[in-house]
Each structure stands twice: as structure tokens, then as C-alpha cells.
Design a protein around this ligand. Structure first.
Ligand code: DGT
Ligand code: CA
Ligand code: CA
Length: 375
């Protein structure tokens, strides 16, 4: 996947202060107040660590990983400071919704954590300028549908996209174009490269290397001697902004979704019947390639004002044939459209979930190559 200029276009999307932001969405009265999400160990009232904190709490030095006791002392005297216990099932639910929304914009999609993913948009965006517009649309859509902000980095590869998403936070959008990448990374410290952990960066410091440009000055032979062939070569390339690692769909993806933009906005389900059938065929083809049967079918519509609505139905048993899928999807779409006749639908999607493997695990990875081509 390359653009006409020969470069890939990859985005890294990371949600801002994720667990704390989820809490703010659920309870807007928390907004603007210092909020700390805690993993209480239960030993004493305050034992445990901080999972994350919103930016108001970070201003007081509260960070992921510090003891709750320390966080409380840093926020002592601030009467509206809030401390909440982690609620993983709720954050996972928000994460799933966010990721499926992002997937609907994506070419290739790879989730790499509860609140972050890479997408490859080389086939959707003909230039970095187009990709930047797409990134703002993704941000707007997530904000509108889920009330969340995220930071996006757009770059020619995964390593640089991750550096870019981290560059301006929260609610950031940073583009690193191939022409400007050398300047962009030159003065950053080596530990901005994901893959260079504390140990490697300490050793590099001992060699007098702090910035990425200093790293680029190190002889490849020296790097290989110091860190071994694999890591040494990785570091040598990374220092030059080179990273060929593909955005790889996860074989264990819990759902299969496809969303398209309609040629014209639609206001009735009849107007979308051809597209609905094609979407059903398309997700089913992917499910079959992955040797997966589905039990839950969802239809997603995104309106011209970017509102998102969806409706799901779980079948009695797992299936991998078109008829139950298509009739269920049609029924869900009819119900969605009947709920409000003033809606103008811009994008339409079908999602399969509750997936069950119909073959051995090995077969799944065998099919991954084909899949990457399909999606
Ligand atoms: P950000 O991205 O800097 O705006 O802030 P977060 O909170 O989104 O940070 P991130 O992306 O590194 O982590 C995502 C979530 O993972 C975060 O909301 C809570 C959890 N998490 C991160 N670091 C820690 C940690 O050290 N301990 C625990 N228990 N949870 C953590
Ligand atoms: Ca984050
Ligand atoms: Ca993250």
C-alpha cells in the first residue's frame, strides 16, 4: 500500500487520559476537577497505585503508577478533587465502541492497547494533506459520537506516527511528512522511539548519545556490536526515520466490521438496500476467510450531522451463511430508520461479533495474509 508519492500513510490514535476521560463522559460534573482513577489494593484505605489522572490532576504532579497516598497528599486542600476506583468493564466497552468507529474509517487497522491503534490509510488518502483532513474527521466523529478526545499522529510509518501522536497532547493532531521527518526527529531524545526502552537508552547515554540525531551518527557496526544484529539494525534504521513494520490486523479481532460512505445521503432503508446486501456479503467473506461464525449482527448508521446510531441482534445459534445475516441486517436497518424519519444517513455499516472459530487456531493465522488484502 503506497501513495502516488511512494510513501505509506499511517496514523497512530491514542485517547487522552483514557480511563479518567471515560469517567468524565459518564459523569460530566467531574469535568474541570482534578480526577484520579485508582487501583485500590484494599490493604488499607489508601493503598494501591494511580492508574491515570486527568490533566487538572496532572498539574499537581499526579501521574500513572504513583502511590494513591502520594496523589492524595499532592491534592490535599483541593476540595473538589475526586478519586475513583477503576471500572475495567466500562472502559473496555468504551474502547470497543471507539475502535469500531475508527475501523469504519480505516484501511488496515491494528489495535495495540485499550486506548490506542494504528491505521494504514495509504489507499484512502492520496496525500498527507488529505490524510490530515481524514484525521480531523475521525477526531470530530469520535467527539460527536462518544464525547472523547484523542491525539492523532500521521506519518509515513508506525514509529513516526507514534512519536507524532505523543507530540501534542491532549486533543492533538500532528503530521510528519517524509520531507520534514529528519528535522522533526533530530532533536528528540532517543527514548521517544518506541522500542528503545530505559535499558537501551541508559546504555546509549553512556555512549554519549541523547538525541536521535546523535544516534544517527553512530556507526551501524558499533550498534550491532553493542545491541546484537536485530536491535542494532532496528536502532540504525529508526534513527533515520525508517520503519517498515506493516500495520497488521490482529488475528484475534473480536469483530468484523465494514462501513461505507453512501453516494448520496439516504432517508429510507429502501434507498440503502443494495449497499446493505453488499456490506453483508463483504463481512461474510471476511468471516469465512477467517473460518469464523458469528452470532451477533449489528447495523451502524452515521448521519449527515455525524451522529452515530446502531442496533444489534443476537441469533439463537452461530451462523456463517448470508440469508440469516442479510435478513437480520435488513430488519435492524428498518427498525433504525423507522425510529426517526427526519434522519439523513451518510455512512452505513454492518458488524459481526460474538465470533466463534470454526477451525483450529493455526488456520486463522494462515488466512491473515488474504485478509490484509481484503480489508
Ligand atoms: P495520555 O495518553 O497521556 O493522555 O494518558 P492515558 O491515561 O490515556 O495514558 P496511556 O495511554 O499511557 O494509558 C491508557 C490507560 O492505561 C490509562 O488511562 C490507564 C492505564 N494505565 C496507564 N499507565 C498505567 C499504570 O502505570 N498503572 C495502571 N494501573 N494503569 C495504567
Ligand atoms: Ca492514552
Ligand atoms: Ca495508550
Amino acid at each position: 500500500m503506497r501513495t502516488s508519492t511512494g510513501s505509506r500513510i499511517v496514523m497512530h490514535i491514542d485517547f487522552d487520559y483514557f480511563y479518567a476521560q471515560c469517567e468524565e463522559v459518564r459523569n460530566p460534573s467531574l469535568r474541570g476537577r482534578p480526577l484520579t482513577v485508582c487501583v485500590f489494593s484494599g490493604r488499607t484505605e489508601d493503598s494501591g497505585v494511580v492508574s491515570t489522572a486527568n490533566y487538572a490532576a496532572r498539574e499537581h504532579g499526579v501521574r500513572s503508577g504513583i502511590p494513591i497516598r502520594i496523589a492524595k497528599s499532592r491534592l490535599a486542600g483541593i476540595s473538589d478533587a475526586a478519586f475513583l476506583p477503576v471500572d475495567m468493564s466500562y472502559y473496555s466497552e468504551v474502547s470497543e465502541k471507539s475502535m469500531s468507529l475508527i475501523q469504519s474509517f480505516a484501511g488496515r487497522f491494528e489495535q495495540v492497547g485499550i486506548d490506542e491503534c494504528f491505521i494504514d490509510v495509504s489507499e484512502l488518502a492520496s496525500s498527507f494533506e488529505v490524510a490530515k483532513t481524514l484525521a480531523s474527521q475521525i477526531k470530530d466523529s469520535i467527539k460527536k459520537s462518544l464525547g472523547l478526545t484523542c491525539s492523532i499522529g500521521v506519518a509515513p510509518n508506525k514509529m513516526l506516527a507514534k512519536i507524532a501522536s505523543d507530540f501534542q497532547k491532549p486533543d492533538g493532531l500532528t503530521v510528519i511528512e517524509p520531507e520534514s521527518l529528519q528535522n522533526f526527529i533530530a532533536n528528540l531524545s532517543v527514548d521517544k522511539i518506541s522500542g528503545i526502552g530505559p535499558k537501551t537508552s541508559k546504555r546509549l547515554g553512556e555512549l554519549g548519545v541523547k538525541s536521535i540525531s546523535e544516534l544517527a551518527g553512530l556507526d551501524q557496526f558499533k550498534l550491532v556490536e553493542e545491541f546484537g544484529r536485530k536491535t542494532g539494525t532496528f536502532i540504525h534504521n529508526a534513527a533515520r526515520g525508517i520503519d517498515e513494520e506493516p500495520v497488521a490486523e490482529s488475528g484475534e479481532s473480536k469483530q468484523i466490521a465494514r462501513i461505507i460512505t453512501l453516494k448520496n445521503d439516504a432517508s429510507t432503508s429502501v434507498e440503502m438496500s443494495n449497499e446493505l446486501r453488499e456490506l453483508c456479503q463483504s463481512v461474510l467473506e471476511i468471516a469465512k476467510a477467517r473460518k469464523m461464525a458469528f452470532k451477533t449482527v449489528s447495523v451502524i448508521i452515521i448521519l449527515s450531522n455525524l451522529d452515530q446510531k446502531s442496533k444489534s441482534k443476537t441469533l439463537k445459534t452461530h451462523s456463517n451463511s448470508l440469508e440469516p445475516l442479510h435478513s437480520t441486517a435488513q430488519m435492524l436497518l428498518n427498525e433504525l430508520m423507522e425510529s426517526d424519519d427526519s434522519m439523513r444517513v451518510r455512512r452505513l455499516g454492518v458488524r459481526l461479533s460474538d465470533l466463534q472459530n470454526t477451525a483450529g487456531q493455526n488456520t486463522i493465522s494462515q488466512f491473515m495474509g488474504d485478509l490484509n488484502g481484503l480489508s
